[in-house]
Design a protein around this ligand. Structure first.
Ligand SMILES: Nc1ncnc2c1ncn2[C@@H]1O[C@H](COP(=O)(O)OP(=O)(O)OP(=O)(O)O)[C@@H](O)[C@H]1O
Ligand SMILES: [Mg+2]
Length: 177
């Protein structure tokens, strides 16, 4: 039976505001916020810790096995800085958040990122790496690029995603009829 709730990926370069968006969206919709960082850590879906990058070395097979039952049911918001590993059949919408590089620099600086990591992330944002990854991995009609420069953008974006969810649900009802 098709799911009655969509799965949505919120992706983008570190610091663009994925978690901030997911928290507001989850509180507004009842969809479940899946922070992939937390899943990787809590369920041990990794091959250890990368000291240089200060992040877990993700075991993608373990991660996907661990998420399969939840994602097959629908109703999840996936919060992560990559998107191409999630099979198309599980994903209904991919939101790529974008931030002006000066603003992103300030946000990453405030987190005390090492200079190299900060520069890598800024380059990635300027080169639209995540947007390309999303467009290469999913059908173009389900990939949406949204600005995340100002605090007000979060409210506007969440409003747009809520409208999209409403339409998606309506389509499911009509398709089933
Ligand atoms: N649209 C926005 N306007 C202003 N500040 C924002 C906006 N979105 C996020 N921020 C701020 O930027 C910082 C990073 O936000 P957040 O943690 O949501 O990013 P993230 O994309 O989840 O990062 P990561 O990939 O490292 O998890 C936070 O301090 C947050 O308050
Ligand atoms: Mg985050």
């Amino acid at each position: 039976m098709p799911s009655t709730q969509p799965n949505i990926i919120i992706t983008g370069t570190p610091g663009v505001g994925k978690t901030s968006h997911c928290e507001v969206l989850a509180a507004n919709t009842g969809l479940k916020h899946l922070s992939i960082n937390q899943v990787v850590r809590d369920r041990g879906c990794h091959d250890g810790w990368d000291e240089e990058y200060r992040s877990w070395i993700v075991d993608e097979d373990k991660l996907l096995d661990s998420l399969e039952d939840e994602l097959a049911q629908g109703g999840h918001i996936i919060d992560w800085h990559a998107c191409d590993l999630f099979p198309k059949r599980w994903i209904d919408l991919v939101v790529v958040l974008r931030t002006d590089s000066t603003k992103l620099y300030d946000r990453l600086k405030a987190r005390n990122y090492l200079e190299q990591k900060l520069q890598d992330n800024l380059d990635s944002e300027i080169m639209e790496v995540l947007l390309d990854e999303a467009r290469e991995s999913y059908d173009e009609e389900i990939v949406v690029e949204l600005r995340s420069d100002e605090a007000d953008d979060i409210e506007v974006n969440v409003g747009r995603i809520k409208t999209w969810i409403k339409n998606w649900r309506q389509d499911q009802v009509e398709d089933a009829a």
